[in-house]
Structures are given as C-alpha cells and as structure tokens.
Write a protein that binds this ligand. Structure first.
Ligand SMILES: Cc1cc2nc3c(=O)[nH]c(=O)nc-3n(C[C@H](O)[C@H](O)[C@H](O)COP(=O)(O)OP(=O)(O)OC[C@H]3O[C@@H](n4cnc5c(N)ncnc54)[C@H](O)[C@@H]3O)c2cc1C
Length: 311
C-alpha cells in the first residue's frame, strides 16, 4: 500500500541559512538511518553543524522558522513515525571534539561525543564517575537531556555545567542546580534547550579499578538486555517500586510480536526490530503493552522512549 503523498514542505530559508553558516544540509533524510531501532521516515531538513558556536547560531535562527526544530543525538531513545517528521533536525554527531581534561578532575565534552567512547577515555585517564554509563549507546547531549542513568549513576550527577544555545545565538553556560534533573528528564527537556557541550566533575581513581567496575556493569547488561538487536532501550519508565520489564514478563507478553517488532524475550521493557519492522508495528506493540500495564496496575505508564510524529 502506498503512503499518501506528503504536502509540499515549507522551504522558508533553510537552504540559505545552511549556505550562510556553511553547515551541511540534507533534505528528506530517512530517520531510520539515524535511530538505533532502525525505523522512521524522512525529516524535511537535516542540519549537521560542526562547532558549538555555529550550532548555537543555527539553533537561534531555526527557532524563527515555521517548522519544529528537533535536536538529534544517537537516536537511541527514539521511535520516528513511518511518515517521517515535518521538522528541521539538528544532528550533533559532528559536535565531538576530543574530550578535554581540566584541572580538578573536570572534563569538557562536546554534545556529540558518543558515551561509550567517553567511558573508555575517562577510564584511561584515571577519571571515575561515568563508568555507570557503560553500554548506554547515546551521545552526551542526549544523555544530559534524558538524564540517562544506570548502576545508581546519572548524567545529572556528573554534570556541573551544561553548554546550551542561547536565544541570541551564543553559547551560554548553565550552572547545574539541584532542581535541574529528575528521573529520565532535565531542565533541557523542560525548557526546550539545545545542548552543545557539558563539563563533568569526576574523581581521580586507579584506571584498573575503573575498568573492573566497567567490566562488571557490562556483564550485568549483557545478561539482561538484548544488545545484539536493534532497540530504543526501555520503552516505559520504571515505577519507583515496580520494574516494568518484570511485570511484562509476569503478564506473559515477552516474545509478543506485531509485524517485524517484538517484545524482547530477554527484557520485557525492550521492543526489538526483529525483521524489517515499521514504526507502525512498534507503535502498535507499545499501545498493547500500555493497555496491559494499565489494566494490571491501574496506573498509566510513562513512556521513556520518545515518539517523533507530526501532530
Ligand atoms: C541498548 C540500549 C540500552 C540503553 N540503556 C539505557 C540505560 O541504561 N539508561 C538510560 O537512561 N537510557 C538507556 N537507553 C536509552 C537512551 O540511550 C538514552 O535515553 C539516551 O539518553 C538517549 O541519548 P541519544 O543521544 O541517543 O538521544 P536521542 O535518542 O537522539 O534523543 C533523545 C531526546 O534528546 C533530545 N536531544 C538529543 N540531543 C540533544 C541535544 N544536544 N540537546 C538537546 N536535546 C537533545 C532529542 O531531541 C530527544 O528529545 C538505552 C538505549 C539502548 C538502545
């Protein structure tokens, strides 16, 4: 069945902006290429700024345009609709200069820095404090925005300064306060900000001791998560006293399949792209899980993955 033709996209001055700032721009970029789940239709405009300063200027300009502006990290928490999104996407993968060590076990890092590389680099430098994130396939900006966490650690605990795009196109320093982060969310999400970098406060430690902790976290993750398959991590946020994965398992829904999407047989809160899944398969499975969890607990589960689709 052919999808209905998309309406013409507003051209505004997206091409001119990219040319003025020297920013690579792709049009109708398939988002399946940029999400770990591997689903998602085209984004109208896909910008790839190369420095924090250019990214900040681009962000401020794009916010004046007619389309929503969506930052993109590693796409490891996203389900993008098959129809795609009418949006200006700002990718962060080029905002990844090598991490820079500062006095006092601090580290400056770009928003596009892949978290796995950061974890390895910190271990080699003898800096402890991000090893909790072993196995989180994010970029730093997305991890800060989501307050990604595991093994009793979170990015909110590690971050001291978050570099954000200011409304006038400058790079502004936001000093982290106690109210800035909550479970899998942050002031970045609340205020609709764009992160271009961060400064983390770490602690000196023996590299081998850090690596030992990383190995232990890796083993635990491998035993409990379908890391060989394409997914977007946990579908729903856990309740404080209840694991969604365990509940899905109790409800007998592990292995439940719609089209090419399947509830992981290893972890009940993961949906995997088993065989050329469409976003529609994933979304139908999410709905089914949501209804089952609501029926069982009387509580509306909160989505942890983010769905990108036009209203
Ligand atoms: C196998 C697997 C394991 C996972 N394990 C964990 C885990 O243990 N703990 C955990 O918390 N999560 C986990 N996740 C989920 C995911 O990695 C996190 O939510 C992560 O923080 C998403 O980062 P990202 O760079 O991929 O962001 P994306 O998925 O690209 O984007 C997520 C959200 O952040 C926004 N965003 C991205 N970059 C920026 C930026 N620079 N500025 C502002 N907003 C931005 C996007 O617009 C979107 O709203 C896992 C995912 C997978 C696939």
């Amino acid at each position: 069945m052919n999808a209905a033709p998309r309406a013409r996209r507003p051209a505004w001055r997206y091409r001119e902006l990219a040319a003025d700032l020297g920013v690579p721009l792709r049009e109708n970029e398939p988002m399946a290429r940029h999400t770990t789940l591997g689903v998602g239709g085209p984004a109208d405009w896909f910008f790839e700024p190369q420095t924090p300063e250019i990214a900040a200027r681009l962000w401020a300009e794009l916010r004046r345009g007619p389309l929503p502006v969506r930052p993109l990290g590693a796409g490891s928490n996203l389900v993008v609709a098959d129809e795609g999104v009418r949006a200006a996407v700002v990718a962060t993968d080029r905002l990844a200069p090598p991490p820079r060590r500062l006095p006092g076990a601090r580290v400056r890092v770009g928003a596009g820095q892949p978290v796995p590389g950061l974890v390895r680099w910190c271990a080699a430098e003898g800096l402890a404090g991000v090893e909790f994130a072993e196995g989180i396939p994010a970029r730093v900006g997305g991890a800060v925005r989501m307050n990604a966490g595991a093994n009793r650690g979170t990015f909110g605990q590690a971050a001291r300064i978050v570099l954000v795009a200011g409304p006038e196109g400058t790079v502004d320093e936001h000093r982290v306060t106690d109210d800035d982060f909550d479970y899998r969310t942050s002031f970045v999400a609340r205020d609709g900000l764009f992160v271009v970098g961060a400064e983390l406060a770490l602690a000196e430690d023996d590299p081998e001791a850090i690596r030992e902790r990383i190995r232990a976290f890796r083993a635990r993750r491998r035993a409990s998560q379908p890391l060989q398959e394409r997914s977007a991590g946990c579908v729903f946020a856990n309740w404080p006293d209840q694991s969604v994965g365990a509940l899905v398992e109790r409800l007998g829904l592990k292995g439940r399949r719609i089209g090419g999407a399947e509830v992981s047989t290893l972890h009940g809160n993961f949906i995997v792209n088993r065989e050329q899944a469409r976003a529609a398969d994933v979304l139908a499975l999410i709905d089914e899980l949501r209804e089952a969890l609501l029926r069982e607990t009387g509580l509306e589960p909160r989505l942890e993955v983010e769905i990108w689709r036009d209203a």
